[in-house]
Design a protein around this ligand. Structure first.
Ligand SMILES: *[C@@H]1O[C@H](CO)[C@@H](O)[C@H](O)[C@H]1NC(C)=O
Ligand SMILES: *[C@@H]1O[C@H](CO)[C@@H](O)[C@H](O)[C@H]1NC(C)=O
Length: 247
């Protein structure tokens, strides 16, 4: 694991505040989390809390070889839906550890919320008191960017980013794990690296729609920047000038 520090700005859509954060590549703190405010709160030591803990246990237990799990847990009158997903290249043991950690953090960060999501470099975890499987989550989304400008012509660079990610989006949508990564040569000394991934509750077709939308949004955050990521509740896209995927 590398020890490079990369400076990112993190922007939360659609809000206007921003904060600067210095991320260690192997960072334990989450990239971001969000507690759902529309579906309300429950109180401690209730059926809701018991059911949510059951759901989170099941999500950790049932992670598939494709690095995904989904679960539904009902203890009347409470009902929860959840997913856990690791980055496609993350080793199984690391994936399990990330989801376990995410589960603890999410209970701490959103203790009584009926909906919540948390993102790490290696995984995401989400639950809600209504079904969201198969639908694009357009509510939970943020972006990260490397503030340094590229030394290339930003217009041409932007086209290269779009070209690479669009190709990867198509590839992702045609795989079972809905994940893809790759690179393209920019010049003699520089490669552009990219990755695209959807949560596996989406169909191939809906995955492609989600990724295309994220790719369309990239220029508004990351035009001419050396790295950028659009991270949502259903899919994410990323590009960098260094290899960030274990292949
Ligand atoms: C719900 O819980 C959150 C903390 O997770 C708290 O900030 C919020 O005020 C609570 N909302 C209500 C309506 O009690
Ligand atoms: C990046 O480029 C923009 C537009 O050319 C410029 O305004 C900005 O100051 C540059 N930022 C850095 C960090 O060099």
């Amino acid at each position: 694991m590398s020890n490079i520090h990369i400076t990112y700005f993190i922007f939360i859509l659609p809000f206007t505040f921003l904060l600067q954060t210095s991320l260690r590549v192997s960072a334990v703190p989450p990239l971001y989390h969000s507690c759902s405010s529309t579906t309300g709160n429950f109180t401690s030591n209730t059926i809701y809390e018991k059911n949510l803990n059951t759901l989170l246990d099941n999500l950790q237990r049932d992670i598939s070889p494709l690095r995904f799990s989904r679960a539904v847990s009902r203890i009347r009158p409470s009902l929860f839906f959840g997913i856990a997903l690791c980055r496609g290249d993350v080793k199984s043991s690391k994936c399990d550890a990330c989801v376990r950690h995410a589960s603890i953090e999410l209970r701490k960060s959103c203790p009584y919320n009926k909906g919540a999501i948390i993102w790490y470099d290696d995984c995401l975890l989400k639950y809600l008191d209504q079904s969201f499987f198969g639908k694009i989550d357009s509510k939970n989304k943020f972006y990260l960017l490397n503030v340094a400008n590229v030394s290339h012509d930003p217009n041409l660079f932007n086209q290269e980013v779009k070209g690479l990610l669009s190709k990867l989006a198509l590839e992702s949508a045609n795989t079972k794990e809905l994940f893809s990564f790759g690179k393209t040569k920019l010049d003699e000394f520089t490669n552009l690296y990219g990755s695209t991934q959807c949560t596996q509750d989406l169909s191939n077709k809906v995955c492609k729609i989600c990724l295309d939308e994220a790719i369309r949004e990239l220029p508004s955050c990351c035009y001419g920047k050396r790295g950028g990521r659009i991270i949502g509740g259903s899919c994410n896209v990323r590009y960098e000038l260094y290899p960030f995927i274990n292949s």
